[in-house]
Design a protein. Structure first.
Length: 184
């Protein structure tokens, strides 16, 4: 049985999610594609005060389309299939969850050090030449994808924070009943 507080929270979450979906479609169009390449850094919404950029939405959207297409024979999805498999909703769910985790990590003062950030970036295989990190390759790949180093490093830093949050929370004893309630 839900309490009045739980009902109110559920109501505000649903209203917020619907608002975010509407704003997202206003700025990205029905199929999630930004109108032009110039929109790559435009903010299309926010979750818990953390902005969602059109490029970020488009990247996750494309990943979801590619993932779902693997189950349909690897062919590009039709609009009907995109709708049927809930690609846009799944994209929003992923982004919202990621932003909420970043917010929680920030609230709990989980952070990434410069050393962790540099190590993480240097280990990414697509920035390597002859198995060594290549600064020029790093800059060229970011430029080709319309990313600044600060944007990319911010995303990697957020990933490190979320991973650190997960490690911290896994060490925190929680009853199974409480965990199930939070999950639901």
């Amino acid at each position: 049985m839900k309490t009045d507080t739980q009902k109110k929270i559920s109501y505000y979450l649903v209203v917020g999610l619907v608002s975010l979906i509407i704003v997202g479609f206003l700025f990205t169009g029905y199929d999630g594609a930004p109108g032009s390449a110039g929109q790559s850094s435009s903010v299309i919404g926010e979750v818990a005060g953390i902005p969602i950029k059109a490029r970020e939405y488009q990247n996750v959207y494309n990943q979801q389309k590619q993932f779902v297409s693997q189950f349909t024979g690897g062919k590009p999805l039709t609009r009907q299939q995109i709708e049927q498999f809930g690609v846009a909703k799944r994209t929003l769910d992923i982004i919202i969850n990621q932003k909420l985790l970043v917010k929680l990590a920030n609230d709990l003062d989980v952070h990434s050090s410069e050393k962790e950030l540099a190590k993480e970036i240097k280990e990414l295989p697509y920035f390597k030449t002859n198995d060594q990190f290549d600064v020029n390759r790093y800059k060229n790949i970011l430029r080709a994808n319309g990313l600044s180093t600060s944007e990319f490093e911010g995303e990697i830093s957020d990933n490190i924070k979320v991973r650190g949050l997960g490690q911290s929370l896994s060490n925190f004893p929680v009853s199974n009943i409480y965990a199930e309630e939070v999950f639901n």
